[in-house]
Design a protein around this ligand. Structure first.
Ligand SMILES: [Zn+2]
Length: 325
């Protein structure tokens, strides 16, 4: 009797997440996953950044964030719900709010993790196979055929009133090899920081995971989209927003990241007013930029970059086409 099988198939079809609509050539879709986490796709490749959907578990009734000495496990239900696919996972540094979910997501999706040695060692603790780990140090510019990735040397937010390296919290340094999950929260040390320039689908996306940067490493880049680490820790940094906008040649689109109060559905007045202050900083420093405040899990589709879509620019009238028609 086939009826139950049909019913089961129908139930599955109703519960499975609807596939996102197809993208036109040159379009790119960014979906905010909370904290510094993003899904970025051109419809062919799906690149994640610092996936940390576990952050949303802490706001459930009765939930609490583990102390540094307690076990900190990725939330499997949240990962299942929010991360259906990935080809690559870019990790900016090893802190738990950036690297906690990466190993589990890699094992679920088969994605390759890119990050520093600490990121790789944390993923190895979850038995991620070596072929799914690409270790970088910053300075690489790697070609992956469908996209390319420039790894940008960077520095971490100046936590604890700039006493980041002597704050007594043990969150700097490198994670050793040989770790085995389950891990403690304090196992997720920084291990150095990188930013990324992702060239995908005709776009260049600047990706930050902290409220800090090395100006000379950003200078001369031309991203059309910038994911800018922007919580109040940026105020520790001299002229954070104007220096960054200038170095990046005033990106067409700026999206704040790492400024969502760790998934708090009711952020404090201080946090929301600082979010507005950052938007005003961008407007003042780069008036031509479109500022988009992302909403968790709501896809943002951006059109083809003009230079990519407008072939007339490289095929002026009266001159033989430079590219196949
Ligand atoms: Zn961090």
């Amino acid at each position: 009797m086939r009826f139950p099988i049909l019913l089961a198939a129908l139930a599955l079809a109703l519960t499975a997440a609807a596939p996102p609509p197809a993208l036109k050539p040159g379009e790119i879709r960014l979906t905010y996953l909370g904290n510094a986490g993003w899904e970025i796709t051109d419809g062919k490749k799906t690149i994640l950044v610092d996936p940390f959907v576990t952050q949303f578990a802490r706001w459930a009734p009765g939930a609490k964030t583990p102390t540094p000495d307690e076990l900190y496990a990725p939330d499997l239900a949240l990962i299942e719900k929010h991360i259906p696919r990935a080809d690559y996972i870019l990790v900016t540094h090893g802190h738990s709010d950036h690297a906690l979910d990466a190993g589990t997501v890699a094992n679920k999706t088969g994605a390759t993790i890119i990050g520093r040695e600490t990121t790789a060692n944390l993923a190895r603790a979850y038995a991620v196979p070596e072929k799914q780990l690409i270790t970088v140090i910053g300075g690489e510019d790697y070609d992956f055929e469908d996209f390319s990735l420039k790894v940008i040397p960077s520095i971490h937010s100046a936590l604890d009133d700039k006493h980041y390296f002597n704050n007594g919290r043990g969150i700097t340094g490198n994670a050793p090899s040989g770790l085995k999950a389950p891990l403690l929260r304090k196992d997720f040390v920084e291990g150095g920081s990188v930013a990324y320039l992702l060239r995908l689908g005709g776009h260049e996306v600047l990706i930050m995971g902290s409220m800090n940067f090395i100006e000379r490493e950003m200078a001369g880049l031309h991203p059309d989209i910038a994911l800018v680490g922007s919580n109040s820790q940026r105020l520790e940094i001299h002229q954070f927003t104007p220096r960054l906008m200038r170095a990046l040649n005033y990106p067409a689109v700026v999206l704040p990241t790492h400024a969502d109060a760790y998934g708090n559905p009711k952020p404090s007045e201080a946090i929301t007013s600082d979010q507005n202050r950052f938007a005003a900083e961008v407007k003042a420093a780069s008036p031509g930029s479109q500022f988009i405040r992302p909403t968790w899990f709501e896809p943002i589709t951006l059109p083809a970059r003009p230079a990519y879509a407008d072939r007339s620019a490289i095929n002026p009238a009266g001159i033989s086409p430079l590219v196949p028609a």
